[in-house]
Ligand binder design. Structure first.
Ligand SMILES: [Zn+2]
Length: 396
């Protein structure tokens, strides 16, 4: 057994405490989604953050703050431990002195989703689930396909229209079952629920699965660790369903409770022009409306009506975060800049973070001296079909 400080799952609606060894991922009383709770008072006295830093590993260095009780259930493919890179050129070009990139593309399947796939599939092994279904623009499915394949857990991917070829190739090669959804993430969610009922699967979708948030919160831990156990002023997050922002908020809340950092960073939300329910709700103060025709080259940003949207807006307000939207043309330009000026070939959803930063700078929301971290979520090698026009530009 491990020495995890997990206590239980707490309902984000009614507060009901539920056993984390149950396979029900939603509240048994009210159906709301849940989050893991730890004994942070005891953890603060028992865990030495400097020893964790000295161990030079990845995600599971933080296993005492992760939700798996049985060490034998942990499935790691050496995810996490990704670098926080200081900007070489782009920061200066924006007049910023402390811009950093959290390069999450350096994970086993090429994206940040490996953090959450590792925690989810490990917990699935511990609780002996029969199979998993997940709606995803692609990265999440690729990650779950790899981890479920190794774990011997059947995995059904529900992929959204527009997923890149490389992501579908990953599904096929890792051995997942690929269900292609028609329409938006709302219809895809319906298909996932039907598959879950028919096959007795766990629906790992956002935000109902607390174990995804647990994996991703470690990205926040790593950012603080890389800054010498300090919070940055802000973290710019390309956003679809908002699990990333929820996870960073949870991560920094825990770090503050542990006494490892002394403040919360502002969490900024970047969405696509055609799919902006969270940014619109933040701007207008009105209830969140769904996107009618979500369509962007950044397929990872397309969640038409995210269930946790109102919670994400609340986090933006509490942390002093801002929201803005970006166009496909801005994303394309940012993608080239990151490749040519920083050596970082990232997917369009990641480039949206830089495009969004430009907008936030132009809107006067970010000061010159602020320490800013951009979340670069995945590899540009996932969507090479979008980059083929550059071949023609260099030919001959
Ligand atoms: Zn509840």
């Amino acid at each position: 057994m491990t020495d995890s400080f997990i206590r239980h799952l707490a309902c984000m609606g009614c507060g009901h405490a539920q056993d984390d060894m149950s396979t029900a991922l939603r509240c048994e009383r009210c159906g709301h989604y849940m989050q893991a709770r730890y004994d942070l008072d005891r953890a603060a006295g028992a865990i030495d953050r400097d020893a964790i830093t000295a161990s030079h590993g990845g995600l599971w260095r933080f296993r005492r703050l992760l939700p798996v009780r049985d060490t034998a259930a942990i499935l790691s493919l050496a995810e996490g431990g990704t670098p926080l890179l200081p900007s070489r050129q782009i920061g200066a070009s924006l007049g910023m002195r402390n811009l950093h990139f959290k390069d999450l593309s350096r994970n086993p399947t090429g994206s940040f989703k490996d953090y959450s796939a590792s925690t989810c599939v490990s917990k699935a092994r511990e609780t002996a689930v029969r199979g998993i279904v997940l709606v995803s623009g692609g990265n999440g499915s690729s990650a779950f396909a790899a981890y479920c394949g190794v774990a011997g857990i059947p995995f059904h991917a529900v992929t959204l229209p527009g997923s890149y070829d490389a992501m579908r190739v990953q599904l096929a090669v890792y051995g997942a079952i690929d269900h292609r959804a028609e329409g938006t993430s709302v219809e895809a969610g319906r298909l996932a629920r039907r598959l879950a009922e028919e096959h007795g699967l766990i629906d790992a979708g956002v935000p109902a699965n607390p174990y995804r948030v647990e994996g991703k919160k470690v990205i926040g831990y790593e950012i603080a660790e890389a800054l010498g156990w300090k919070a940055p002023d802000r973290i710019v997050c390309p956003t679809a369903g908002g699990t990333g922002i929820m996870a960073l908020y949870k991560g920094f809340t825990e770090l503050m409770a542990l006494g490892w950092v002394d403040r919360m960073p502002a969490l900024d939300c970047i969405q696509a022009e055609s799919c902006r329910p969270i940014v619109d709700a933040w701007r207008t103060g009105e209830p969140m409306k769904g996107a009618e025709r979500p369509d962007s080259i950044a397929v990872g940003l397309l969640s038409a009506k995210p269930e946790a949207g109102p919670h994400v807006v609340d986090i933006m307000r509490r942390t002093g975060g801002a929201g803005t939207i970006v166009s496909d043309d801005e994303i394309r330009a940012a993608q080239l800049q990151l490749a040519r000026h920083e050596g970082l070939l990232v997917e369009p959803s990641s480039a949206a973070a830089l495009a969004g930063l430009r907008r936030l700078r132009a809107e006067g929301r970010i000061a010159v001296d602020e320490t800013v971290v951009l979340m670069l979520t995945g590899s540009g090698l996932k969507g090479t079909e979008l980059l083929l026009p550059h071949l023609a530009a260099v030919a001959g």
